[in-house]
Each structure stands twice: as structure tokens, then as C-alpha cells.
Design a protein around this ligand. Structure first.
Ligand code: 13P
Ligand code: SF4
Length: 318
């Protein structure tokens, strides 16, 4: 798209944002143009906080469906729109609620901790939710004599078991983006750039995490890189995250770890569905709107409240 067309679109979005009294929230995995026009860019925890605390009438959630649903759970009187209704998540797809319910019944005494990257139905069957930022804190808050199920990401679960020394029962879900980084290519990059630090998201497989100098959420990776006195980093998370990193640390070098097919372009196909045009359209038409039936909302909010009680920063209205 030409620069003039992008400028026209952005002007239209500014006008509509005012007219609709809307806030635009964007995840770090959104395309650069969307990150640049958003009111706030962040990780899933920070975006939930923004959604819960906004006074605006409309929340345009530039991310995926489970994130927009969390915004609706937390702030039900707002209109929440997602630029592309089909922007899903492989972790949601790999944990169908009926299957999970049947599996969970085998462990009736276990506490269920569910990653926010999950459906509303899964949350409603859980005791706590967590994000990659606060997952260790949530697990550590559960009494040692309690056994724990962790769902739906097995890689994050394995990482948490290691970090906390707890024996977690894991649901076998995974992120289609983080599971395809190549250990072989990472080792080659480490040889090529011996000064570089490896920063990885805990959704990566063990073969990547064992080389990491830092493992953390998207905001954790960003903060680590900007605060470090090192200048070169190998990045094991979604490739568009590098836009936010480069903006905050323009003098540093961020090299994406390639996937198993050698591509240094590991982008989430769900996050990619949102475009600047779709942001304009959803602001204008207030659709696709995200709604959650009230009974389900109440049930799914319970583990989210439990998470915020653990982290000690309760949200307004919770
Ligand atoms: P964060 O919570 O770290 O932002 O991660 C979201 C996500 O979708 C990771 O794949
Ligand atoms: Fe889901 Fe992975 Fe995409 Fe995050 S990056 S939204 S976990 S598929």
C-alpha cells in the first residue's frame, strides 16, 4: 500500500476513534503499522489491565480472540471489537472444552491453572488463570500439598514445573509459532554471534529454552533487552515483536531465531489476520463484536480474579 493511502487510512482511524470514543489496544505481535497507531501496545497481562480500566465506550482489540474475550470478561459494559473474527490461537484449538472436561475429571482433587491463552469455557473450568508474566507467582501461591493441572500449553507447563519444582499434570497443547524454532539454526547463530544473548518465550520447546540466557513473557523479553548492557540478541518469539524492541532500543541488534524450515519470519498466522483496513472497518461498523453469555462470564471471571488476588494488584470492579 502506498504511503498516501496509509496516511489517509490513519487519518480516518483517528477520526473514527474520536467519534466512537474508542481505545485501540495492540499486542506486540501485531504488524508494525497497527502497533504504531495503537493507544497502547503491550503483552497480554498489560492489555487486560488497560481493557479493565478504560473509560472509553469501545475497545478495539488488535490481537487474537482469547485476548478480546478477556477484555470483555473484565469490562462487560464496553463494546469490544476484534478486527478479524477468525483471529484464533492454536492453544485454544488444541484444547476443546468437552475433551478437557472429560480429562480433568480424572483428577478431581487437582487445582487447575489455565494460561490465559485459552477459551472462555476452559477458564470457566479452572481455579486460576495466569499469563506468562505471572505464571510462576500463581503456581507458587498454591499450597505445596495440592496437586496441580496446568493447561493448555505443555511447553510453558514444563518450564513452570522446572522453575517451581512442582510436579504439574500437563495438557498436551502447544503454540504453532513457538514450537517451530530450530535448535540447529539457533546453535549456528550462537557460533556466528558469540556475543549475542538468547531471549526466548516459555512457549518454546525445551531444545530452544536450554540455550536461553533469559526466558520470559513478551514484556519480560523487551525489558530485559532494553535494560541489558549487551547490544545483540537472538530472539525466540514471534518475529513482529522485534518492531517494538527496535523502537525502544534503536541502537541494539535483534536477530530472529529461524524456524525448522530456515525462515527468519516466524509470524503468528492468527495475529497476521488483523490489518489496518480491518481496524478502520471495525471502528466504523463496531463489528465483529465479541460477546460472552453472562453465566459463562461469571464462571470465567472467577479464576481471573484469583490470579489478580495472587499478584496483589486487583483490578477496578473485580
Ligand atoms: P505474552 O503474554 O507474553 O504477551 O504472550 C502472548 C502470546 O500469545 C504468546 O504466544
Ligand atoms: Fe496463540 Fe501462539 Fe499465536 Fe500466541 S503466537 S496467539 S499462543 S498461536
Amino acid at each position: 500500500m502506498s504511503v498516501e493511502l496509509i496516511d489517509d487510512l490513519e487519518l480516518e482511524i483517528q477520526r473514527l476513534r474520536k467519534e466512537q470514543n474508542a481505545v485501540i489496544l495492540a499486542h506486540y505481535y501485531q504488524q508494525a503499522e497497527i502497533q504504531d497507531l495503537a493507544d497502547f501496545v503491550g503483552d497480554s497481562l498489560a492489555l487486560s489491565r488497560q481493557a479493565a480500566e478504560t473509560d472509553k465506550d469501545v475497545i478495539v482489540f488488535c490481537g487474537v480472540k482469547f485476548m478480546a474475550e478477556t477484555a470483555k470478561l473484565l469490562n462487560p459494559s464496553r463494546t469490544v471489537v476484534l478486527p478479524d473474527r477468525s483471529a484464533g490461537c492454536s492453544l485454544v484449538d488444541s484444547s476443546p472444552p468437552a475433551k478437557f472436561k472429560a480429562w480433568r475429571e480424572q483428577y478431581p482433587d487437582h487445582v487447575v491453572v489455565t494460561y490465559v491463552n485459552s477459551s472462555v469455557e476452559l477458564k470457566a473450568m479452572s481455579d486460576y488463570t495466569c499469563t506468562s508474566t505471572n505464571a510462576v507467582q500463581v503456581i507458587e501461591a498454591i499450597p505445596k500439598d495440592k496437586q496441580i493441572i496446568f493447561a493448555p500449553d505443555k511447553n510453558l507447563g514444563r518450564f513452570l514445573a522446572k522453575q517451581t519444582g512442582r510436579d504439574l499434570v500437563l495438557w498436551p497443547g502447544s503454540c504453532m509459532v513457538h514450537e517451530i524454532f530450530s535448535e540447529k539454526h539457533l546453535v549456528q547463530l550462537k557460533v556466528e554471534y558469540p556475543d549475542a544473548l538468547v531471549l526466548a518465550h516459555p512457549e518454546c520447546e525445551e531444545g530452544i529454552l536450554r540455550h536461553a540466557d533469559y526466558v520470559g513473557s513478551t514484556s519480560g523479553i523487551l525489558n530485559y533487552a532494553t535494560q541489558s548492557d549487551r547490544t545483540r540478541f537472538l530472539i525466540g518469539t514471534e518475529a513482529r515483536m522485534i518492531h517494538a524492541m527496535q523502537k525502544q532500543a534503536p541502537d541494539k541488534e535483534f536477530i530472529p531465531i529461524p524456524t525448522t524450515d530456515g525462515c527468519a519470519c516466524n509470524e503468528c498466522p492468527h495475529m497476521m489476520k488483523n490489518t489496518v483496513e480491518k481496524v478502520r472497518d471495525c471502528l466504523r461498523d463496531l463489528t465483529p463484536e465479541i460477546t460472552v453469555p453472562e453465566e459463562l462470564r461469571e464462571a470465567a471471571l472467577r479464576p481471573i480474579r484469583a490470579m489478580f488476588e495472587v499478584t496483589g494488584k486487583p483490578l477496578r470492579g473485580l
